[in-house]
Every structure is written in structure tokens, then in C-alpha cells.
Design a protein around this ligand. Sequence first.
Ligand code: KIV
Length: 268
Amino acid sequence: MITIRQLAQWKESGEKFTMLTAYDYTMAALVAKAGIPVALVGDSLGQVVLGYSSTLPVTMEDMIHHTRAVVRGAAGCLVVTDMPFMSYQVSVEDAVRNAGRLMKEGGAHAVKLEGGADMVPVIQAIVRADIPVMAHIGLCPQAVHQCGYRTQAVDAAGRKQLLADARAVEKAGAFAVVIEKTEHAAAREVTRVLKIPTIGCGSGPYCDGQVLVTYDVLGLFQDFTPCFVKRYAQLGDAAMTALTAFAADVRAGKFPEAKRGQGKQNKK
Ligand code: KIV
């Protein structure tokens, strides 16, 4: 079972590690079998699973529902669940209660939330309730209407802000921090300075770990692909080929064949 202590040890020893998103049992089981130590139930499920145009409409109920499925599949992984938009911004009390629900009702092992220095009281209160917090700085998709999706920390002021945010979330008690879509040199400096592990998402090669959206890695989500993503498979195209072949077979009377399903049940 991967723990937050293990991530700290990897930081100490300089061993790079991975995190991938999972939103359901089947994908979580694949992520775990592939040896990915951290499964993130990301609120990116709003786009790739629920078809919204941003993460903003995702609810606590959505996150609890999907976390339960991931926990059943991701054997041995550290399961981290995103706190959805407006589940932690209104009050510290709200934030602790909602983080608690993700752990108690969803079965998550840790929560992730977006924001830097502004989130210090929230992170402190959640950690005080013995709930491990992964922070998320740089590009924060929940702030899309305020900040857009552009690269962060591109000038001196931005780099200073990123470093201040990173130091603040570490001091507040976060056990790791995602750095999304920043200048690579800025992420490298944060990684050098912090004692907790940094996990890069489009922030270059110098972070302690790397995270991507699994549906992007597999080429399953085709509406858009962030520029920093590398596709390791084209499963969307493979699925299209298979699904159109099935439909053609049925139309042509080739499926099901007369004997299919008449014998013994297929083994797993
Ligand atoms: O929601 C998500 O998938 C994320 C990762 C991209 C870091 O927050």
C-alpha cells in the first residue's frame, strides 16, 4: 500500500514517481496493475467523463461516487481525490466537512485542492483533522474564468508568486504539491527549494513526479489535448474501429454467429 510517507522517501532518494487520473473501477485497476503508485480522482472527470466544458459543475456527490469506484479498483495505490469547485472556498468549516466526506463516504486516502497562499487556513484545518492534503498551484483550472488556461510563472513576478505559494502550502502542512503548466525553470526552482515532493503537470522534467490525465495518455479523450500531453496510445481510434466493425457485422448478419453463447461461459 503506497502511503504519503513513501512519496516523501522518493523525494529524499531522488526517485521519480507517477500519478495518473482514474474515475472508474476498470481504469483504476489498469492504473494499479501498471504500477502507478498514485491514482488521482481528478475533477477533470467533469470534462472527460461527464462532458462539461470545465471542471466547475462537478459536485461533491460526483466525486464521492467516482472515488468509491476507484478505491475498489486501485489496489495498493494511494487514492487522492480532488475537492470540487466551491467545496472548500466558502469557509474553512465547509472545507473540513467536505474533505471528511471524501475520506469517509468516498474512501479516499487524501484530498487535493487548488490554490496557494490564500488556501493556507484551509489546508491547515484539513490537516489538523488528520486528512492529508495535496496542494495544486500554477495553473488552477477551477480559476479558469479569472486566469484562463495560459502558462504561469512566465515573468519575475509570476515566478516569485509561484515560489511564495509553494512555500506557503508546504508550511501549512501539504504532503505534496501539483505544479500545473508553469515555466519549467520556475518548477525546477520550487522543486529544489521544497522538502515535500512536487508533481509536474505540463511544468517540465524537473519535478519529483509527473501527472497526466489517463484519457489523454491513452488517446481516449479527443475533444482537445493540452500541448504538454504525450499520447502513448490511440485507444479512441481503436475503439472507433471496433465499434463500427460490430455495427457492420450485425447489419451483415455476421454477429452473433449461430453457436456463440451456446457453450460454456467464457472464463475471465
Ligand atoms: O483534475 C485533474 O485531472 C488534475 C490533474 C490534471 C493534475 O487536477
